[in-house]
Each structure stands twice: as structure tokens, then as C-alpha cells.
Design a protein around this ligand. Structure first.
Ligand code: PLP
Length: 369
């Protein structure tokens, strides 16, 4: 018996998600220590102290089920952003939410639109429910929204937009998003995935929650894994109109967010100082990466995220391997159809120095930082 034969049609075309290599695995494989990981867009400052304190206070409550409605976290998010608690849906990471949107709104043979080189979870959830994937060819590695419009049909149920996009870092302005939404029928759900929004400058950041007032078919999804530093706990949130939130709430698992994640999220959402520090490091270190690439004639995709993607114009796998031997883990993105690129997550200044030194050695470049 080959069980793939009885799997649902869409599942047959899936391959497992390729995560960044864990530090412990590289230690075991190469027997080296002092490894740095710049591979999964995690927070280089580590787990926030505010979240640690909140978790410690919660530890003796773990025998109880978590609050299925996430009351306190929804209140916190609502106050912080001026939205209503009944607009909010919580997820076990925003991945959970991205999947929930597909389960709630799309069925077999419905069409789901997303961009080439966009976050790989969109094709994954689309195919897993046997919906039809409409992948729109990218323009300059980013979303071609005119291509999206041209692909609309009466079967379109869902559109995913990552802004900034991962793994390319491309960014669409509020004007572009607004003009796009104005042309989308209300019967099509548009997901704006803003996992990296905290890394954009305040003045360019999209006021996506006010767009919700104009577009009832919009869902904004956010993550606490990146700027907020809670990747290991798994927590994210979506904001939409209350009717959509109610539907999502029917489909989600009753206890999809664990008690430690809920309490840590409340603490860190009130910890503006932490997020500011993270974003500031990202801004100044991103400039160092850009300067490094320019000095060495390395082509990169300008990024509004906490990572930068470099085009080596040759297969990047050997460069990735050589960097591993230098104790530096970055992210190959051949699985995205970008075999000549590597994605590097912006780390602390000393980690980025390690990367600059390692890459210079691997590519036989003169060491100029
Ligand atoms: C990292 C990421 C997410 C989600 O991360 P979670 O840890 O599940 O919250 C969502 N979208 C994009 C584009 C991402 O890069």
C-alpha cells in the first residue's frame, strides 16, 4: 500500500516545509561550536525580559486550560491599535491564521491568488485544501498587483499579500495597497500578511487598520515571532471586520493559543522599549549589509524586513555549505525558486561582523566592512 495514493489530491503535490538549520544540528554534524544562526528571521536580542517575568508568574497555572477567548491579549491589542476586541482572531503563530483563512473561505476548486517568491505557506495551505493556486509571476522579485487583478475570476476566493514579503523583503506602499483593494470585489477575501511591519519606518508604515474601515473584505495578520521575539512560543493575531472574525472563530481549534504564549504576548505588546530597540538595531545594521554588498559588488534585493537576500549569480548551495563550515547558518531559498540567492537575517552587530568575515573568506573577497 502506498499511502500517497489515498492522500487528498492537493497533498500529493506538497513537499515538507524547509526550516532554517538548528544550531544544535550543525554542532552535531561538524563538531564545531560558537555557531551563529542568521537563518530564520528570529529576534537577535533573545527572549524579552518582560515576557520572561510574565511566564514565570503563569507557571503554576499550567494545569488549567488556557483562556479560549484570549480576553486579556485581545484587550491589549485593541487598546494598542484602536480596534475592537471582536475584530481580533488569535493564532498559534500567524501561520495558524494563514491556514485558518483558507479553511474558512476556500474549498476545492476555488482559486487562491498569491505571488511568485511570496511566503511559502500560501501555496502550502492552498494545495492542502485542494484549492487552485494562481501564482502570479513576480515583478522585480515583488508582487505584481496588476497581474493579480488580471487573474481575478468568479472562482477567486482568497488573495494573499505579504508586505513586506519574505523571502525578498519587497514592500508595497499604502497607496498601492489602497488602489488595489478598491478594485477587488467584496466577495473576495484579501489577506495582508504584515509579519514584518514593525521593521518599517513609522512614516512609511501602512495604516492597515484604517483600511479595514474602507474594505470589509480585508484581513490583516501580524506575528509576534519577529520583532516581538516570541517565535518559540507561537502566537499571532488577525484583525478584520467582526463578522469575518466570528467565522474564523468558529473554525479555529478552541485552545489554539497556549497559556504561556498568551501571557508573554500581553507583556511584550506593552514593552514598546524592546520593539524600538529591535527595530533600531535592524535599521542601522541593514545599512551595514547594504554597504557591504555595494563595496563588494554583490547584488541584493532592497528589503524592508529583518533580512536581506543576496543574488550570487551562481548556484548558492556551495556558498551556503562553506558558510556552515565557518559556523554561520544562513538560509538557502532554492525551494522558492531562487537557487542563486541566500537570505540572511539581520543579527546583532557582532553576529553581522562574523557573517561579513565568513562571506569574505568564502568568496575570497578583500575584507572591507
Ligand atoms: C515568519 C512569517 C510569518 C509567520 O510567522 P509565525 O511565527 O507563524 O507567526 C508569516 N508571514 C511571513 C511572511 C513570515 O515571514
Amino acid at each position: 500500500m502506498q499511502y500517497i495514493n489515498i492522500a487528498n489530491q492537493g497533498v500529493k503535490s506538497l513537499s515538507p516545509y524547509q526550516a532554517g538549520k538548528p544550531i544544535e544540528e550543525l554542532e552535531r554534524e561538524l563538531g564545531i561550536s560558537n555557531i551563529i544562526k542568521l537563518a530564520s528571521n528570529e529576534n537577535p536580542f533573545g527572549f524579552p525580559e518582560s515576557a520572561k517575568r510574565a511566564i514565570n508568574a503563569q507557571l503554576n497555572q499550567l494545569t488549567r486550560y488556557p483562556d479560549a477567548n484570549g480576553f486579556e491579549l485581545k484587550q491589549t491589542i485593541a487598546q494598542k491599535f484602536g480596534v475592537q476586541p471582536n475584530q481580533i482572531t488569535l493564532g498559534n503563530g500567524s501561520n495558524d491564521l494563514l491556514e485558518l483563512f483558507a479553511h474558512t473561505f476556500a474549498s476545492e476548486h476555488d482559486e487562491v491568488i498569491y505571488s511568485q517568491y511570496a511566503f511559502i505557506v500560501y501555496p502550502l495551505v492552498t494545495k492542502a485544501i485542494n484549492a487552485v493556486a494562481k501564482e502570479i509571476p513576480a515583478k522585480n522579485w515583488g508582487h505584481d498587483l496588476n497581474g493579480f487583478l488580471a487573474a481575478l475570476s468568479d472562482k477567486t476566493k482568497l488573495i494573499y499579500i505579504a508586505n513586506p514579503n519574505n523571502p525578498t523583503g519587497n514592500f508595497l506602499t499604502e497607496q498601492e495597497i489602497d488602489a488595489f483593494l478598491a478594485q477587488i470585489p467584496e466577495t473576495v477575501i484579501v489577506v495582508l500578511d504584515e509579519a514584518y511591519t514593525e521593521f518599517t519606518q513609522k512614516e512609511e508604515r501602512i495604516d492597515s487598520f484604517s483600511l479595514l474601515k474602507k474594505y470589509p473584505n480585508l484581513i490583516v495578520s501580524r506575528s509576534l515571532s519577529k520583532a516581538y521575539g516570541l517565535a518559540g512560543l507561537r502566537i499571532g493575531y488577525a484583525v478584520s471586520n467582526p463578522e469575518i472574525a466570528d467565522l474564523l472563530n468558529r473554525v479555529r481549534q478552541p485552545f489554539n493559543c497556549n497559556a504561556l504564549a498568551l501571557t508573554a504576548a500581553v507583556a511584550v505588546m506593552n514593552d514598546d522599549h524592546f520593539v524600538e530597540k529591535v527595530a533600531e538595531n535592524n535599521r542601522s545594521e541593514m545599512i551595514r549589509y547594504e554597504t557591504f554588498c555595494q563595496k563588494h559588488n554583490l547584488e541584493y534585493i532592497p528589503s524592508k524586513g529583518n533580512f536581506i537576500t543576496i543574488n550570487f549569480k551562481q548556484p548558492a548551495a556551495p556558498i551556503y555549505d562553506a558558510l556552515l563550515h565557518e559556523g554561520v547558518i544562513v538560509r538557502p531559498i532554492a525551494g522558492y525558486g531562487m537557487p542563486n540567492h541566500l537570505r540572511i537575517s539581520i543579527g546583532l552587530p557582532e553576529e553581522n561582523d562574523r557573517f561579513f568575515t565568513a562571506l569574505s573568506k568564502v568568496l575570497h573577497l578583500p575584507l572591507i566592512k
